[in-house]
Design a protein around this ligand. Structure first.
Ligand code: NAD
Length: 266
């Protein structure tokens, strides 16, 4: 068991959205293992977030994580999420805006319905905006911090297996992060994107129910495999920690090389 105060996130208080799922859960557990003082686990899936809390308790002992039921598309819920960090652990210094959806009815411009577009934007874009709306003043009160927004490799790559609303939402996150980083750079608040490649998490894998569908994607990835949530968590840990103290306004691609590739190995 980790000694209190030891580790790369010693002294940090974190909010992780989407903490019941793949990247969010893996990151929350890794943040705890690296000595974070406290972690607020925010998700619409309360049972899943509770399971993450149990995993953290098993890893580092009790009292380090709390569950805050949160729909990030709702402004009041986001305010309550940030308040919880300050009330429970005294401050906020790391905000991981990671919750996101990819809807099964999200397709091309002709077939995607307006309600699917609106829902995707409400969670993937407005959710990040709301997190920052309340997280940034809290970080100023704490003397600074690190915001990590989960965008995607599709922020910069087009796919002929379209999810137009999703892709557009992640492009918006990419731009929002860049501007926030510039605005708040002299307030000791850093803002960066994590851009995962295609992963082995339910968000994508629920669509890839045949080997043909999997191979249709994998042929474009130089490494020839899907990434793991644990590999995203390591990148989030770097961006959350003081080790990235001169990194702001950037996008960290953790994508197996997919955004660098033209022709991939046979
Ligand atoms: P996941 O589905 O395992 O986890 C997403 C989590 O977000 C879930 O726990 C879900 O309950 C939660 N969530 C959904 N709607 C919410 C809402 N309104 N409020 C609060 N929480 C909500 O997926 P993941 O792969 O861990 O995805 C995490 C992030 O990574 C997402 O933003 C996703 O777009 C992004 N991403 C994923 C991939 C991939 O291939 N899986 C690739 C690039 C980017």
């Amino acid at each position: 068991m980790l000694k209190a105060g030891a580790g790369r996130l010693a002294g940090q208080v974190c909010v992780v959205t989407g903490a019941a799922g793949g990247i969010g859960r893996a990151s929350a557990v890794l943040f705890a293992e690296n000595g974070a003082d406290g972690i607020v686990l925010a998700d619409v899936d309360q049972d899943g977030a509770e399971e993450t809390r149990r995993l953290i308790e098993d890893a580092v002992g009790p009292g380090k994580a709390v569950v805050q039921p949160t729909d990030v598309s709702k402004i009041d819920a986001c305010e309550a999420m940030i308040d919880r960090a300050e009330k429970e652990f005294g401050k906020l210094t790391v905000l991981f805006n990671n919750a996101g959806i990819m809807h099964s009815n999200d397709d091309n411009a002709e077939t995607t319905e307006e309600n699917i577009w609106d829902l995707t934007m409400a969670i993937n874009v407005k959710g990040v905006f709301f997190g920052c709306k309340f997280g940034i003043p809290a970080m100023r009160r704490a003397g600074g911090g690190s915001i990590i927004n989960t965008a995607s490799f599709v922020s910069t790559l087009g796919a002929a297996t379209p999810q137009l609303a999703y892709t557009s939402s992640k492009g918006a996150v990419l731009s929002m992060t860049r501007e926030l980083a510039v605005i708040h750079a002299r307030q000791n608040i850093r803002v960066n994107n994590l851009c995962p490649g295609p992963l082995n998490t339910p968000l994508l894998q629920k669509f890839l129910d045949t080997e043909e569908k999997r191979q249709r994607r994998l042929v474009h990835n130089p490494m020839g495999r899907f990434g793991e949530a644990s590999e995203m968590a390591q990148a989030a840990l770097f961006l959350a920690s003081k080790e990235s103290s001169f990194v702001t306004g950037t996008s960290l691609y953790v994508d197996g090389g997919i955004t660098a590739a033209y022709v991939t190995p046979e």
